[in-house]
Design a protein around this ligand. Structure first.
Ligand code: SAM
Length: 258
């Protein structure tokens, strides 16, 4: 019997109907030769099903769970006992052309994991379980309270294909809030991801300030060009980052990138 560790965000999926619904919606699962990268396989609720059809690289921080899974799943898996945040993805994925990302994310580092995978060029589809609040931030529209860095960063590079609501009763131990499993598909956007994401971070560095003040505070190299761009497009220079749409950020980037 494996005990759960609250500090590692261990809320295991136990509802078999929900597990089936999720599995049936994961893109590319039945395509031959696809690679799935999973963070936090836990006791294998998703991993057992995925490895029946395709190959999984699973990264689990908890040694006990890793040992448990080694006994449970013998085929189609490369199981690594590591902290995902320490993993060098470039190195790990070197020999693969493209990879699908799957995870019931540990909630205490969900955002950090998302930003890490956003920077990885090879990740095509992202199928992840997130707490409701985070999903609301991802789906948020400009000029709303929840629209921010996460919304812009994700929606620039991914299209949201599906949301599966997952009530808290589907997990053990039961978390305080409901979750959703969302499926994201990579858009065909050819820009320097790392530089663009760093720029978006600067734009939202101080939510209560105007966009230009936020960039000034971040000592952004893009400050003057953004100012030019706003003036050129007759946009109020007091505009805030949360008032700007993803498409407009992309137009702005096209103008300011060096
Ligand atoms: N996939 C399982 C499921 O759906 O039942 C478990 C999901 S549980 C929400 C999150 C998992 O992530 C746990 O197994 C936990 O030990 C693991 N985890 C937490 N922090 C991690 C990290 N930094 N790197 C890798 N795995 C981590």
């Amino acid at each position: 019997m494996v005990q759960y560790k609250k500090n590692l965000g261990q809320n295991f999926l136990i509802d078999l109907n929900k597990i089936n619904e999720i599995i049936n919606n994961i893109p590319n699962l039945d395509l031959k030769g696809e690679i799935f990268l999973e963070v936090g396989p836990g006791k294998g609720a998703l991993t057992k099903e995925i490895t029946k059809r395709n190959f999984v690289i699973a990264i689990e921080i908890d040694k006990k769970l890793t040992d448990y899974l080694k006994e449970e799943i013998k085929e189609n898996i490369c199981l690594l006992n590591l902290d995902f945040l320490d993993v060098n993805l470039k190195k790990l994925l070197k020999k693969f052309e493209k990879v699908n990302f799957v995870s019931n994310l540990p909630y205490y580092i969900s955002t950090k994991i998302i930003f890490k995978i956003l920077e990885e060029e090879k990740i095509q589809n992202v199928s992840v379980m997130l707490q409701k609040e985070l999903v609301e931030r991802i789906l948020a529209k400009p000029k709303t309270k929840t629209y921010g860095r996460l919304s812009v960063s994700i929606n620039t590079f991914f299209e949201i294909k599906k949301e599966i609501r997952v009530p808290k009763e589907c997990f053990y131990p039961k978390p305080k809030i409901d979750s959703s499993f969302i499926i994201l598909k990579k858009k065909d956007i050819k820009i320097d991801k790392i530089k663009y994401l760093a720029f978006i971070k600067e734009c939202f560095a101080n939510k209560r300030k105007t966009l230009l003040n936020s960039l000034k505070n971040s000592n952004s190299i893009y400050l003057n060009k953004v100012k030019d761009f706003l003036e050129l497009n007759k946009i109020n220079i007091l505009t805030r980052a949360e008032e700007i749409s993803v498409n407009f950020y992309l137009l702005m980037w096209d103008y300011i990138k060096q």
